[in-house]
Design a protein around this ligand. Structure first.
Ligand SMILES: CC(C)(COP(=O)(O)OP(=O)(O)OC[C@H]1O[C@@H](n2cnc3c(N)ncnc32)[C@H](O)[C@@H]1OP(=O)(O)O)[C@@H](O)C(=O)NCCC(=O)NCCS
Length: 164
């Protein structure tokens, strides 16, 4: 399996994969595939990584700029992330996340945050200390990994493509 940055011709395969992976999820409103297209169109798709096997895209992760209250620079949001249903729980998501975090560090990022199930993200180093908020959401689902400086406090805000 190869993990690499997206190419222009990958856009439709990423869209399809994201749709198929999120469609059965009860927490999904099935906007994730379109969010990736909108991030790309608005120039906010900072990193888009695919996992490719035998010429087929079986995993994808997006990273885009976020703000945390008055912190406007240096932070990135992870997501959407998708792995082909029949290939889930085989380490593909983990590999995509770790590669993405490495590339963010290379860009001198301050940190990365996400909304998601702690069971999926704690193994790669994401944590919640309750100081990062996202509306009324239980802060256990609002997680971050700090590359430099002290852990941030405040309200997490994603790019406009996420519809906020
Ligand atoms: C979430 C997703 C991207 C994870 O990718 P994956 O390749 O299946 O994950 P991995 O096999 O690399 O596992 C990474 C970690 O997540 C855990 N995990 C994966 N799927 C899980 C699930 N459904 N429930 C609980 N934990 C899960 C693994 O146990 C592993 O934990 P560890 O690092 O402590 O060992 C994938 O399941 C997916 O595409 N889901 C549908 C779309 C979605 O829900 N995206 C995320 C929204 S927040």
């Amino acid at each position: 399996m190869l993990t690499r940055l997206e190419k222009p011709e990958d856009a439709d395969a990423i869209h399809e994969l994201t749709w198929v992976a999120f469609e059965p999820m009860p927490y999904s409103n099935n906007t994730e595939a379109q969010i990736i297209r909108d991030l790309r169109a608005s120039g906010d798709l900072t990193l888009s990584l695919v996992a490719e096997e035998s010429g087929q895209i079986i995993g994808h992760v997006a990273f885009s700029p976020i703000t945390i209250s008055d912190i406007k620079d240096g932070w990135y949001g992870l997501g959407p992330i998708s792995v082909k249903p029949e290939r889930q729980r085989q380490g593909i998501g983990r590999e995509l996340i770790l590669k993405g975090l490495d590339l963010l560090r290379e860009r001198d990022a301050t940190g990365c945050a996400l909304i998601g199930d702690p069971a999926v993200y704690r193994g790669v180093g994401f944590e919640s200390d309750g100081k990062l908020t996202y509306g009324d959401l239980d802060t256990r689902y609002v997680q971050r990994i700090v590359f430099k400086g002290s852990p941030p406090s405040g309200a997490l805000k994603f790019s406009r493509a996420f519809g906020e």
